[in-house]
Design a protein around this ligand. Structure first.
Ligand code: SF4
Ligand code: MG
Length: 338
């Protein structure tokens, strides 16, 4: 199957400028070489601590940001550097749901005008008229279609996120990038919104990139999961492999923070791993493996040579010199650095 989205060597460095002449003195390497694909109909979960570059990645693949390196292909077309007019058709196909349902809805606009804004932007006249289509979208996301004349403050947090979802679906997109869509919501509401997204996926054949800061949120909805650390993917695997036999030490540490419903589940090491220290600065990431300053398995090799992301088991890619759960596997020798 051809991927809907293919990302190769994706990079976003934000220059840091100082002084009167605004000379560049360095760069924040927010996203520093990502390779992954997203297949039609799947959900790719993307997980990592704040500052790992996952939101920047989301803004790159929706082209709200332009990459400083690498390539983004959507349905086989290179969209990495398209300008406003080149991006216009893509704006229909790729939509984003934002983290903050409060900040992302204009408080002075009615729900009707918020949800119908994409029609105006794209010059689309929905069949049956705008009002009817807005009402259809509101019922689709579980809101009362008669409430199109209300304002965002009249809704709860969960309902506001439903409004954001209705707006994102207005143009019938193929790919929806959801950037921490539930992390601003009460825990009791989170599952409802996640389940709604899951139901909408089945109903509308959507493809998701679902960004979250911990593994518990994406657990039930992701087909595959990418774990990010300091601008890189350290592990990418199908859900079962990732949860049952995580291979990157960082994944294992994140996993150990997720409550395990069945402690008898085989292969899951359940002791809590508390990572020492903070995430290093993305301005000057550590040499070698970026995780070595916090990894309990780090060796001299880790401190000097960056481990490439390699497929160590079918469907499981890992960037680590000494992976976990690797019994019986041959780990390729590190290549000479060039
Ligand atoms: Fe830890 Fe070394 Fe693997 Fe990095 S490469 S995660 S430092 S064992
Ligand atoms: Mg699903």
């Amino acid at each position: 199957m051809e991927p809907l989205l293919k990302v190769t060597g994706l990079q976003k460095h934000f220059p840091i400028r100082k002084g009167l002449l605004q000379r560049q003195t360095g760069a924040v390497k927010a996203v520093d070489g990502l390779d992954f694909e997203v297949y039609p109909g799947e959900t790719l979960g993307v997980v990592g601590e704040s500052g790992c570059g996952k939101s920047t990645m989301g803004r790159l693949i929706t082209r709200l940001l332009e990459p400083t390196g690498g390539k983004i292909e959507f349905q086989g077309t290179d969209i990495s550097h398209l300008g406003v007019s080149g991006m216009r058709p893509l704006r229909r196909d790729v939509q984003m749901i934002f983290q903050d349902p409060y900040g992302s809805l204009n408080p002075r606009h009615t729900v009707g005008s918020i949800v119908s804004a994409p029609f105006k932007l794209q010059g689309v006249e929905p069949e049956g008229g705008v009002k009817k289509e807005v009402q259809r979208l509101l019922s689709l996301v579980g809101l009362n279609p008669e409430h199109y004349n209300r304002y965002p403050h009249e809704f709860s947090g969960g309902q506001r996120q439903r409004i954001g979802i209705a707006r994102a679906l207005a143009l019938k997109p193929k790919l929806v990038v959801a950037d921490e869509p539930v992390s601003a919501l009460d825990v009791s509401i989170q599952a409802q919104v996640v389940n709604l997204l899951d139901d909408l996926q089945d109903e509308l054949g959507l493809t998701y990139v679902f960004i979250a800061h911990d593994l518990s949120v994406v657990r039930h909805v992701s087909d595959r999961i990418a774990v990010m650390y300091l601008g890189k993917i350290v592990e990418l695997a199908d859900r079962k492999s990732l949860y049952e036999s995580p291979m990157h030490p960082y994944t294992r540490a994140l996993m150990s923070a997720v409550p395990i419903p069945d402690p008898r589940r085989k292969g899951v090491k359940s002791e809590r791993i508390l990572l020492q220290g903070d995430v290093p600065s993305p301005i000057a990431p550590p040499p070698g493996c970026r995780f070595h300053t916090r990894c309990w398995k780090a060796t001299d090799l880790c401190r000097t040579q960056e481990p490439p992301l390699l497929e160590l088991r079918p469907g499981q890619r890992v960037a680590c010199h000494h992976p976990e759960n690797a019994e019986g596997l041959t780990i390729p020798e590190p290549r000479e650095s060039v």
